[in-house]
Design a protein. Structure first.
Length: 293
């Protein structure tokens, strides 16, 4: 019983780390631009397909393709911002969110159909030679692929934090988050900051897509499911709170795993939504968010 519970908790943490990375890019973009990109799941999907394609054509380990995937998705994110989202920044606040949602929904449909055209509707996945390997500690198995995914998620989070706190560009991004008007008066090109933030967010979505393709599978219609997970995690951790995103992902992963263990796996998603609603009711700023005013 104790070992089974330990296995459940370990699985929850490992899955939760993936959830955290899935939400990390969305949290960054929303925190900087206040744009809610509901096509985020489609960017994750494209990241998964890039890793799958490189693996299928060249036999390169998907984890080694993460830098390439992030570069490709960063370029795609920058292009999408320029062509699709940049004009919404100039809209009045009362219509910005509505128009952004409409644009992003349309974009998600376009990206889904592009993926359907290039890769068909078949589910794709990647199985490495070490897929069955695991580290056992006190009777609890830690699958190698899941552990590597956890390390990737932590590295991405730490790298993003260091970038935001130690570099001039990162400080410019933080200044824009605090007060974009004051940042603009200080000589910061806020539109360049928005573009860069969107590109970094897309790059993180690409890394998450790689982890999804090695742990689960990908197909063109997967975007909405992962966008919803990212939104739940982002709210749990606090809107725009980067460290809180990883903790929020782990909280969701533990909740789902505990529900599967004590009740049934059929109620995993329901338990996650209940946790989401409880946080909205009792702590709407998120577990690590701060109250405004």
């Amino acid at each position: 019983m104790i070992e089974s519970l330990g296995q459940t908790l370990a699985f929850g943490v490992l899955v939760g780390a993936l959830y955290g990375l899935v939400a990390l890019g969305l949290s960054l973009v929303f925190g900087v631009t206040k744009l809610l990109n509901v096509a985020h799941g489609e960017l994750i999907m494209f990241g998964g397909y890039v890793s799958f394609w490189v693996f299928a054509k060249m036999g390169l380990d998907p984890f080694l393709t993460i830098p390439l995937t992030m570069i490709v998705l960063a370029l795609l994110g920058a292009l999408l911002y320029r062509l699709v989202f940049s004009w919404t920044i100039k809209l009045p606040e009362e219509v910005k969110i509505k128009n952004t949602l409409l644009v992003a929904f349309g974009l998600s449909i376009i990206l889904q159909n592009l993926a359907l055209r290039f890769w068909t509707a078949d589910e794709r996945g990647v199985t490495m030679s070490y897929a069955g390997a695991a580290l056992t500690v006190f009777g609890v198995r830690f699958p190698a692929v899941r552990v590597i995914s956890l390390l990737v998620a932590v590295v991405c989070l730490v790298a993003l934090q260091l970038f935001l706190k130690k570099t001039y560009t990162g400080k410019a991004i933080r200044a824009t988050v605090q007060n974009w008007e004051a940042a603009s008066l200080m000589g910061i090109d806020i539109h360049r900051v928005y573009l860069l933030s969107f590109a970094i967010g897309a790059a993180l979505a690409g890394a998450a897509g790689t982890l999804v393709v090695v742990n689960y599978s990908i197909q063109p219609a997967m975007g909405l499911e992962w966008t919803m997970i990212a939104l739940v995690v982002m709210v749990l951790g606090g809107l725009g709170n980067i460290p809180g995103t990883l903790v929020g992902g782990i909280a969701l992963g533990l909740t789902e795993s505990a529900t599967s263990f004590f009740i049934s796996s059929n109620y995993r998603a329901v338990a996650g939504l209940i946790l989401f609603l409880l946080v909205l009711i009792f702590r709407p700023q998120g577990l690590f968010g701060s109250k405004e005013g």
